[in-house]
Design a protein around this ligand. Structure first.
Ligand SMILES: Nc1ncnc2c1ncn2[C@@H]1O[C@H](COP(=O)(O)OP(=O)(O)O)[C@@H](O)[C@H]1O
Ligand SMILES: [Mg+2]
Length: 394
C-alpha cells in the first residue's frame, strides 16, 4: 500500500526541459508545428517557427514536443544547443556534425535509393568539414559537395543534396536549436541563408529555434531578411485557465484535489510561470498529508517552494556573478523585472556608462540579463529582481 501522498508519485516536474504531466496552454504552438508538418507532407514549404521568452516558461519543453511531432512524421531531426558547456563554437559545430551523422545513419536502411545515398554522402562530407570523423554511416563522402570549407556553401550543398530525396519521401530535415541567441554568428548566418534558400526553392528544410526574448533581434542582426523567415511566437507566463490546469490536472490524475483557496494562493505565488507552478505544485504535494490540499498546506508549500527556487533557479545565477557584476545586478533590481536603462544605471552608480559596458557584456554572456532594446537591460529570469532585493534586505 502506498501512503496517500507518496512523494515518489509526485506528479510535478520542476527542472529545465522536463516534460510536464500536463502541457498546459501551448496548443497553438503545437498546432502550428503540426501544420508545418502537414504542409511539408503535401510537398510544400511552410515558414518555420522561432520561440522566444524568459527562462522557465517552457520553450525547451516545446522544442522537445516538436521533436516528437517531427519524428512521428518520419522527419530527420537534429537537436542542438547554441552553446556547449565545454568548448566554444567548434564544439557546437561538431555536435551538429555528430547529430547529422546519427540521423543519417538511421535513414540509411537497406534498399534506399541512389539520391538519398548521395545526400547521405554530403552529410558525411559536411560533418567532416565540421571536424567530425570516425562515425561511419555506411556511405562514401560525396566528393566536391559540402566540402569547400565555407560553412554557408557546405550547409547549402548538403541541404540541397538531401532535399530531393527527402521531398520524394515527403520527409524533411529539421534542426531544433535551443538557446539560439548563443550560436556563433558564422553558423547562425549560414543557417539563416540556407533557410532562406529552402523557402524559395521548396526544400524540406527547417531551422526551428528557441531562445531569449531578444532572439528575433539577434536573428535580424545576422541577416536582415530573418524577420520574414520565421513565424515568431512569444512564450510567456500561462494565462489563468492554463495555469490552473497546469497545477490542478497532475494532482487530479492521482486523485488529489486543491481547495479553491489553496489553488488560488499557489497560482498567485507562481505568477503563472510554468517553472514556478511545477515547483510549488511539487512542494504542495510533498507537504499535504491528505488528498485534499488545503490553504494551510499551500502556505507551507509556498515557503518551501520559494526556498527551493532560490536555491535552484536564482542562487546559481547569482553565484555565477563576480563582485562587480553583483553590484550591477543590485542596481538593476531597483527597477524590478521590467528592466533598466543603462544610462540610469550609470547615473545611479555615479559612473560613466562606458565604464560599465564590460560588466554588462559579461552578464549577457552568462545568460543572466539580455538587452530587450537598445540601451536597456533586463533579467532573463522572472522574479530575479525580487530575489536580489530580498537578498539585500537580509
Ligand atoms: N505548458 C506547460 N505547462 C506546465 N508546465 C510546463 C509547461 N511548459 C514547461 N513547463 C515546466 O516548466 C519548467 C521549465 O520548462 P523549460 O522548457 O525548461 O523552460 P525554458 O526552456 O523556457 O527555460 C519545467 O519544469 C517544465 O516541466
Ligand atoms: Mg530552455
Amino acid at each position: 500500500m502506498v501512503a496517500d501522498m507518496d512523494s515518489s508519485l509526485n506528479p510535478y516536474s520542476p527542472g529545465s526541459g522536463r516534460r510536464p504531466m500536463e502541457l498546459a496552454g501551448r496548443q497553438a504552438e503545437i498546432d502550428a508545428f503540426d501544420l508545418l508538418v502537414a504542409i511539408t507532407r503535401h510537398g510544400r514549404h511552410e515558414r518555420s517557427l522561432v520561440l522566444h521568452g524568459l527562462r522557465g516558461v517552457g520553450k525547451t519543453v516545446l522544442l522537445n514536443e516538436f521533436r516528437r511531432q517531427a519524428e512521428r512524421a518520419d522527419f530527420v531531426v537534429v537537436s542542438l544547443e547554441g552553446r556547449e558547456a565545454e568548448g566554444g563554437p567548434e564544439a557546437v559545430r561538431a555536435k551538429l556534425g555528430r547529430g547529422l551523422l546519427q540521423a543519417g545513419r538511421k535513414v540509411n536502411r537497406p534498399g534506399i535509393g541512389g539520391a538519398l545515398k548521395r545526400g547521405l554522402g554530403s552529410i558525411a562530407s559536411f560533418s567532416a568539414q565540421l571536424g567530425v570523423t570516425g562515425i561511419d554511416i555506411g556511405v562514401d563522402m560525396t566528393r566536391g559537395r559540402a566540402d569547400s570549407g565555407s560553412i554557408e556553401v557546405d550547409l547549402e550543398e548538403m541541404v540541397e543534396d538531401l532535399s530531393g530525396a527527402l521531398a520524394e519521401k515527403r520527409s524533411a530535415l529539421v534542426f531544433l536549436i535551443d538557446e539560439m541567441q548563443d550560436l556563433d554568428r558564422g553558423l547562425l548566418a549560414a543557417l539563416l541563408a540556407v533557410q532562406h534558400q529552402a523557402g524559395q526553392r521548396d526544400w524540406p528544410f527547417y531551422v526551428v529555434g528557441a531562445g531569449l526574448p531578444d532572439l528575433p533581434a539577434v536573428l535580424s542582426e545576422a541577416r536582415s531578411y530573418a524577420e520574414r523567415l520565421f513565424t515568431y511566437r512569444s512564450i510567456g507566463a500561462l494565462p489563468p485557465d492554463a495555469a490552473e490546469s497546469a497545477l490542478v490536472v497532475p494532482a487530479s490524475k492521482y486523485g488529489a484535489t486543491y481547495t479553491p483557496e489553496a489553488r488560488d494562493a499557489l497560482l498567485a505565488a507562481s505568477g503563472g510561470y510554468p517553472y514556478f507552478i511545477q515547483e510549488y505544485g511539487k512542494a504542495a504535494w510533498d507537504t499535504a498529508p491528505e488528498k485534499t490540499i488545503t490553504i494551510e498546506d499551500a502556505r507551507i508549500a509556498i515557503e518551501l517552494g520559494r526556498a527551493q527556487l532560490e536555491q535552484g533557479f536564482f542562487l546559481t545565477r547569482w553565484e555565477r556573478a563576480t563582485r562587480a557584476e553583483k553590484d550591477f545586478l543590485r542596481l538593476m533590481a531597483q527597477d524590478g523585472d521590467a528592466g533598466s536603462s543603462t544610462r540610469d544605471l550609470a547615473e545611479r552608480a555615479g559612473r560613466k556608462q562606458s565604464s560599465m559596458t564590460m560588466t554588462r557584456a559579461a552578464l549577457i554572456s552568462k545568460g543572466v540579463i539580455y538587452p530587450p532594446a537598445l540601451g536597456r537591460v533586463a533579467f532573463t529570469v522572472p522574479g530575479m529582481a525580487d530575489y536580489i532585493s530580498r537578498l539585500n534586505a537580509l
